[in-house]
Each structure stands twice: as structure tokens, then as C-alpha cells.
Write a protein that binds this ligand. Structure first.
Ligand SMILES: Cc1cc2nc3c(=O)[nH]c(=O)nc-3n(C[C@H](O)[C@H](O)[C@H](O)COP(=O)(O)OP(=O)(O)OC[C@H]3O[C@@H](n4cnc5c(N)ncnc54)[C@H](O)[C@@H]3O)c2cc1C
Length: 381
């Protein structure tokens, strides 16, 4: 068992850190305030291989594994949760769904431009009446002229407006429940497919979240992902990988909040001493550091399991649950250590706190992670 990143992994970590510090950090508060989605980062993200982290070079990807992926998302999250979330959603949801279940033609046509960073991808599972219970999907696809006519809508979709490619699921056979849901690839040139209302959010404000609408949208059968009725199962497996990235994002947000707290605790003087001299503050910092280590270890364990090609549902749910809840606790403590200044936008503590909250909601809430974990452990014993 080796707990160290390899030299190459260290290099990836530091090149992403350098990029995040120089190209992202100076803009974080402005982007958050104006809800600006920094699409202008796309060419730079592509140059670093961050738009196609997990995919083979033949599709324009960087051919890295989940350990590298988790390390990259952590480094982005350490500086800006929103950019971390965007890169995570692009890679592990939309692109990975096509990579895992797409035909060779679909990969050439859709994955390659996603992996080379020509376009952002989006992934649509959630609907107004189908959140935690994705089997409640109402968007439907009916066979028509050798393809499918799709009607319905999806909510809370990352990159709904900016994307060219969207993978979404629709009911193709109502009688079959979960087994009657099928995945399709949509592109913005399709008539009857459009983005709609952009959310005004508490956190992750620089990550674009909006709805998409399908109105008699014709999708050729060649855009069906895998077999009919496999869409729900595919989505659950895609989420197993996605949750590793949300765990990594949580570790990054926690790390950023912790570093801000340590720095502030050393600078801020009260009662004639830096507040870091007070044991109450030291204990908070110690607890934060321990939780970050735990969260990182769980995340890298899930990543290593995924890289080994082993089942990862349980480990990714555990990593996501622990890391995201730790990120919320740690970023809240960071605000506390900053006192009244932590409550203002003059310091970064409050943004980490707001951003962290998404991590216990997106890609399955904490409650759903506990259900997944309990179901698995009861099955095992
Ligand atoms: C910023 C952001 C980005 C997102 N990006 C995407 C995206 O790109 N693609 C996409 O498809 N979705 C996306 N989502 C949607 C996200 O995955 C859902 O919001 C999430 O799965 C929860 O669904 P919901 O909001 O409908 O909550 P609900 O399912 O309505 O849950 C409400 C509450 O009830 C609890 N609950 C529900 N069922 C149970 C149960 N059985 N037992 C115990 N408690 C339960 C939940 O845990 C939660 O606390 C995004 C959301 C946000 C906020």
C-alpha cells in the first residue's frame, strides 16, 4: 500500500494548482458576484487536458486515471468550487456516459470534441418531479420516423445553456418502470431542444445551472446510447464515478477553507496575541486537518478501486458522503475562525461555505448516499 502520489501525479497536481492560482483565484469573487460562467477558461482547460481527463488519446483525451482525476478536481475546488464542479460534470457525467456506453461512431462524433475541449457537455437526469427518485422520469421518447420524438424537460442541468452536447434519459416504455428508461445524445442543432431558465443560486454561482426543454425534438435512433431500457442503470453507474469527483471537489473546498482559516488565525490578533495561540482555535484547526485527511483517503481509495476496475458503488458513496459533509463542517468553522470578517465578502471563507453545500446535494443527497451504503451493507452481510 502506497499513500504517496507518484512523481508524475505530483506534477499534474502542481501544474493544476499553478493554473488555478494564476488564472482562477484573481476572479473568484467577481465571477461569484455576477454569476459569470467563465467559458473563457475552456481553451486553457483543454490545453492542460482537463476537458478529457479520463479518455484515451484516440478520442483526444489525456488518458489519465481516477487518482489523477480526483487530484485535479481537488486542486480546482481548493481555489474555486464552481470551476471544479464544471470540470467534474463535463468529464464524469456527459463525456463518461458516452465513453462508457457509446458506439464507436458516437465516440468519434461526440466524445472527441468534448474531450478536446471544443465544447462543454451536459447531463440530464433530474426533472422537476424526479430528483432523488430518478425513476420518476417523465420526459418521454416515442418512436417516430425511424427515430424518436422527445417531449419533456430537465432541471438543474450544469452547462444547460453553454453546452453543445447533452446526454439525457427519457421514458421509452412506461410499463417497464426503471427498465423502460433509455439514454440519448442530444445536440443543440436539433430542433425542439433548447435551454431555459437559469438558476440564481446560493453557491457554485460561477457554474452554470439551468433547465432544458424538449418540444417534439426529433432524435435519430443512431443517437440512442446503448440498448432501449438501459438508461436508468447506465445513469446509476455513471453516478458511481461522478461521486468520486464530488468527493474530490469536497476535499478541495475543505482544503481551501482550512488554508484560509490557518492564514487568518496567524494574522488576526486579539487580547494581544494571534488568535492561533488560543487552544480553542488550535483544536478547530486540528479537527479540520484530520477530517480533510480522512476525506482525501476515502476519495483516493474510491479512485484507486475504480482504476482497478472493481465495483465502486459503495466506496464512492462513502467517500462522497463523508467528504461532502466534512467540507460543510470545515468551511463553516473557517467562517467562525474569521469572526465577523468571515461573514463578509472581503474574505474567501463565506464562498467556500456556500459552495460546499452543493456537495451534499448534487449527484445524490447525503440521505441518498446513506440509503445506497445501507442497502449495500445489508446485502453483503
Ligand atoms: C448546482 C446544481 C447542479 C446540478 N447539476 C445537475 C446536472 O448536471 N444534471 C442533473 O441531472 N442534475 C443536476 N442537479 C440536480 C441534483 O442532482 C438534485 O438536486 C439532487 O439529486 C436532489 O434532487 P432534488 O433537488 O429534486 O431533491 P429531492 O429529491 O426532492 O429531495 C428533497 C429532500 O428529500 C430527501 N429525500 C428524498 N428522497 C428521500 C428518501 N428516500 N429518503 C430520505 N430522504 C429523501 C433528500 O435527501 C432531500 O433532503 C444539480 C443540482 C444543483 C443544485
Amino acid at each position: 500500500m502506497n499513500f504517496e502520489l507518484s512523481e508524475e501525479q505530483q506534477q499534474i497536481k502542481y501544474s493544476v494548482r499553478e493554473f488555478a492560482e494564476s488564472e482562477i483565484r484573481p476572479h473568484v469573487m467577481d465571477w461569484d458576484e455576477s454569476q459569470h460562467f467563465p467559458e473563457e477558461l475552456r481553451p486553457k482547460l483543454a490545453e492542460l487536458g482537463l476537458m478529457g481527463v479520463l479518455f484515451p488519446e484516440e478520442y483526444g483525451g489525456a488518458a489519465m486515471g481516477y487518482i489523477e482525476y480526483a487530484t485535479i478536481i481537488e486542486e480546482l475546488g481548493r481555489v474555486c468550487g464552481s470551476v471544479g464542479l464544471s470540470v467534474a460534470a463535463h468529464n464524469s457525467l456527459c463525456s463518461n456516459h458516452i465513453y462508457t456506453y457509446g458506439s464507436e461512431e458516437q465516440k468519434q462524433k461526440y466524445l472527441t470534441p468534448l474531450a478536446t475541449g471544443e465544447t462543454f457537455g451536459a447531463w440530464g437526469l433530474t426533472e422537476s418531479q424526479a430528483g432523488s427518485d430518478a425513476s420518476g422520469t417523465r420526459t418521454n421518447a416515442i418512436r417516430s420516423n425511424g427515430g424518436w420524438k422527445v417531449n419533456g424537460s430537465k432541471n438543474f442541468i450544469t452547462h444547460a445553456i453553454v453546452c453543445n452536447t447533452l446526454v439525457a434519459v427519457a421514458v421509452t416504455d412506461k410499463e417497464k418502470g426503471n427498465r423502460g428508461i433509455t439514454a440519448f445524445i442530444f445536440d443543440k442543432s436539433m430542433e425542439g431542444f433548447r435551454s431555459d431558465h437559469k438558476e440564481n443560486k446560493l453557491g457554485m454561482r460561477a457554474s452554470e445551472t439551468a433547465s432544458v426543454v424538449f418540444e417534439d425534438c426529433y432524435v435519430p435512433d443512431e443517437n440512442r446510447l446503448g440498448a432501449e431500457g438501459e438508461g436508468f442503470l447506465q445513469a446509476m453507474q455513471v453516478l458511481d464515478g461522478g461521486r468520486i469527483s464530488i468527493a474530490a471537489l469536497s476535499v478541495g473546498i475543505a482544503q481551501g477553507a482550512y488554508e484560509a482559516a490557518v492564514k487568518y488565525a496567524k494574522e488576526r490578533h486579539q487580547f494581544g496575541r494571534p488568535i492561533s495561540d488560543f487552544q480553542a482555535i488550535q483544536f478547530k484547526l486540528a479537527d479540520m486537518a484530520v477530517q480533510i485527511e480522512c476525506a482525501r483517503l476515502l476519495t483516493l481509495q474510491a479512485a484507486a478501486t475504480k482504476d482497478a476496475g472493481k465495483p465502486v458503488t459503495q466506496k464512492s458513496a462513502m467517500a462522497k458522503l463523508y467528504a461532502s459533509e466534512a467540507a460543510v463542517r470545515i468551511s463553516e468553522e473557517s467562517v467562525q475562525i474569521h469572526g465577523g470578517y468571515g461573514y463578509t465578502k472581503d474574505y474567501p471563507a463565506e464562498i467556500y461555505w456556500r459552495d460546499s453545500k452543493l456537495c451534499i446535494i448534487g449527484e445524490g443527497t447525503s440521505e441518498i448516499q446513506r440509503l445506497v451504503i445501507a442497502k449495500n451493507l445489508l446485502k453483503t452481510f
